[in-house]
Design a protein around this ligand. Structure first.
Ligand SMILES: N[C@@H](CCC(=O)N[C@@H](CS)C(=O)NCC(=O)O)C(=O)O
Length: 193
């Protein structure tokens, strides 16, 4: 999303998670972790380092989130993964996730519409795709919907998902669901009734 927001041309190459990554990729990135950015002869691994590289080299528009807001929303993704992995509709991680969503909603009410105010910044480009994964995967597999009363959260999702940078880097619902089912050997839906 940051490449798109900075209007930098790029070519995306998708690599399947797991043990069968191509040799040319493993040669340059022995840990096998993604995302990776190749800029000329430089290979940069880790999303935070990639962002720092882009911000230093292409400072306009500036997308750095002020330090005080940097970690807002960062608890959502781990709670979502914990809950999904548990394969248990009533797992305590569900309540922990709801708490994280509530606190994110409260933050947006106070400081929004974006994490750092009027303009989206780096943290938004990290959190918004993760919210989409949580919403789509939990909706299908756990039958869970983000509580409707979290209006600032829903507005945030609407705003972020309408951005061309989001649309151009998004994946279809089926791909998101299939990816998570494969990762945790999940059924199509849990038997929660
Ligand atoms: N903090 C790192 C996380 C990197 C990471 O854990 N990447 C996972 C995917 S989200 C990965 O590449 N896994 C490779 C695999 O499972 O084969 C970042 O943001 O770049």
């Amino acid at each position: 999303m940051e490449l798109e927001e900075k209007r930098l041309p790029y070519k995306a190459t998708y690599i399947q998670e797991g043990p069968d990554k191509p040799a040319w990729f493993m040669e340059k990135n022995p840990s096998g972790l993604m995302p990776v950015l190749r800029d000329g002869s430089e290979w940069i691994q880790d999303s935070e380092r990639i962002f720092e590289h882009l911000e230093a080299k292409f400072p306009n528009p500036a997308l750095k989130t002020p330090d005080e807001f940097k970690d807002v929303g960062s608890g959502i993704f781990p709670r979502f993964v914990e809950w999904l992995k548990s394969k248990d509709q009533a797992h305590p991680a569900k309540q922990d996730l709801i708490k994280e969503l509530l606190s994110f909603n409260q933050h947006l009410q106070k400081h929004g519409p974006y994490i750092a105010g009027e303009k989206p910044t780096d943290s938004d480009f990290t959190v918004a795709p993760k919210l989409r994964h949580a919403r789509v995967a939990l909706g299908q597999i756990m039958g869970f919907a983000f509580p409707e009363k979290l209006e600032a959260l829903h507005k945030y999702i609407e705003l972020m998902e309408a951005r061309p940078s989001f649309i151009h880097t998004d994946s279809p619902d089926e791909m998101i669901i299939c990816g998570w089912r494969k990762k945790f050997s999940l059924p199509e839906k849990l038997d929660y009734e």
